[in-house]
Write a protein that binds this ligand. Structure first.
Ligand code: ATP
Length: 287
């Protein structure tokens, strides 16, 4: 299975949101990571057929998705950013409606709906109205509709937006469980959403791909460049002016500051630390 994105360009008037994006995806989980405005939604909208590219093509197993049309949409599952999810529908009713929109056969929908509800842990509330659901339950229901038709390609747009840390972990685990045999694309600006689940990280900025590697390769590229310095509160401004600063933690009046710098800082007792994906993100998106 292969999804090839070839020289994708999208202009909105004078604004170029995608500047010739090219990448080939095979089975696995991809973290599509970039700040707001990087072009993630534009790309997903083109992939899901909601927007036309200015130029460039996308091929699924060698065939242009524009030509495949419906056939391609049939292998695609899409979880949009959380939206107003019909509050008066029940969870099962909503899935049934989504199955009808997808032209799924009645029999198959009847079999799949309880299966996916069970997969996302919502069996017991299948008959409850969505309006009574927490944010995490709504996200799980959105995942359920995305995998209802057993897609080969699963596209998730900020799947943990608005969730607390515990719910985020639950969603990430759910994504891992569902990923087998699929191309899963997770678009987000939240590093921890993709850090543990993605096999490959695609960094996107201003419509261009900056990197396409494993997390290990990306963090290794910052090896020897991440330090923790110990400073008094007053030095924070000086350090922020001089270096790229990550997490700051405090113990009494002492600050522990994560710093990314090619050269070892000359003061403040720098201790080398292992780079993480968060450091990579800061480094690439420092502006
Ligand atoms: N309909 C539009 N008309 C004009 N400009 C647009 C339109 N949609 C998006 N853009 C611009 O294109 C660029 C890419 O936007 P896009 O929404 O794809 O980014 P994103 O990475 O998905 O960000 P976010 O996470 O905020 O949705 C941005 O500069 C945005 O302002």
């Amino acid at each position: 299975m292969e999804l090839e994105i070839r020289s994708l360009i999208k202009n909105y008037g004078k604004k170029q949101a995608l500047k010739g994006l090219s990448v080939t995806l095979t089975e696995g989980v991809y973290g599509f990571l970039g700040p707001n405005g990087a072009g993630k939604s534009t790309f997903m909208n083109i992939l899901t057929g909601n927007l036309k590219a200015t130029s460039g093509q996308i091929f699924y197993n060698g065939e242009d998705i524009g030509k495949l049309g419906r056939e391609f949409r049939g292998v695609l599952g899409y979880m949009p950013q959380q939206q107003a999810l019909y509050p008066n529908f029940t969870a099962a009713g909503f899935l049934s409606y989504m199955a009808a929109l997808r032209d799924m056969k009645k029999e198959r929908a009847k079999k799949r709906i309880p299966e996916v509800l069970s997969q996302v842990g919502l069996s017991e509330v299948a008959g409850d109205k969505i309006r009574s659901f927490s944010g995490g339950m709504k996200q799980r229901l959105l995942i359920a509709q995305a995998v209802l038709d057993e897609p080969k390609i699963l596209v998730l747009d900020e799947p943990t937006a608005g969730l607390d840390p515990k719910q985020r972990i639950a969603i990430r685990n759910l994504i891992s469980e569902m990923a087998a045999g699929k191309i899963v694309l997770i678009a987000t600006h939240v590093v921890t959403d993709v850090e543990s689940v993605a096999n490959r990280i695609l960094l996107i900025r201003e419509g261009e791909l900056l990197a396409d590697s494993s997390r290990e390769e990306l963090t290794a590229s910052l090896s020897g460049m991440v330090w923790e310095v110990t400073i008094p509160q007053e030095a924070l401004e000086e350090i922020s002016g001089q270096y790229l600063v990550g997490n700051v933690s405090r113990e009494g009046s002492t600050l522990f500051v994560r710093v990314i710098s090619e050269n070892k800082p000359e003061k403040w007792a720098p201790a080398p630390v292992r780079p993480g994906l968060e450091d990579v993100y800061l480094y690439y998106f420092k502006e």
